[in-house]
Design a protein around this ligand. Structure first.
Ligand SMILES: C[S@@+](CC[C@H](N)C(=O)[O-])C[C@H]1O[C@@H](n2cnc3c(N)ncnc32)[C@H](O)[C@@H]1O
Length: 173
């Protein structure tokens, strides 16, 4: 995360707060997630070199860039985001990251079923129910981390594991 400073993923209005451990408004009702929360999510996700990753709610593109670094040149990250202006902005910030791509999410369809399956899925928007359509986009031994009913949950095809603590996120739409 230190090697991927969040400054370049933020709009100028909040850049001075880039090093503060809090979520920052990036416009369009979205936030760039709190660094300590991103750390908890990524530890729970357990990314390995070569993994194919889906970043649902890629927002600023910061988590997309961090994960692209963690999976290395043999891996890849696809970010999907509902807000087209955020996709445009994050695509600029990610232009020097060859193994990362962002695209506008299709309304009414979660994730990117056409591009899966994925070894890992990170979801950065909250839901009250496990989205089965995303579980179906995982490889047989894949895993997804998401904020579910206020908790951080790691879901696989076999079951769920809950991390300590409570977390607030913008809602998954
Ligand atoms: C917490 S914010 C951005 C988090 C991002 N990882 C970051 O650090 O910048 C979550 C994002 O999820 C997006 N979102 C909500 N529902 C979505 C969906 N169904 N598909 C894709 N993006 C979605 C929102 O527009 C918002 O930008």
């Amino acid at each position: 995360m230190d090697a991927t400073p969040r400054t370049q993923f933020l709009p100028p209005s909040v850049r001075r707060s880039a090093d503060e451990d809090r979520a920052l408004q990036i416009g369009f009702g979205s936030t760039c997630s709190q660094p300590s929360t991103v750390l908890s999510m990524l530890r729970f996700l357990d990314l390995q070199p070569g993994h194919r990753v889906l970043d649902v709610g890629s927002g600023s593109g910061w988590t997309t860039a961090i994960m692209a670094r963690l999976v290395g040149p043999d891996g890849s990250v696809l970010g999907v985001e509902l807000e087209a202006p955020l996709v445009e902005r994050s695509a600029v910030a990610l232009r020097d990251v060859p193994n990362a791509e962002v695209r506008v999410a299709t309304k009414g369809q979660l994730g990117a079923p056409d591009a899966g399956p994925f070894d890992r899925i990170l979801v950065s928007a909250a839901t009250s129910k496990l989205p089965e359509s995303l579980v179906e986009q995982l490889t047989p031994d894949g895993a997804m981390v998401l904020p579910l009913a206020g908790r951080l949950v790691r879901a696989t095809r076999e079951g769920k594991e809950v991390a300590p603590g409570y977390y607030a996120f913008v809602p998954l739409r």
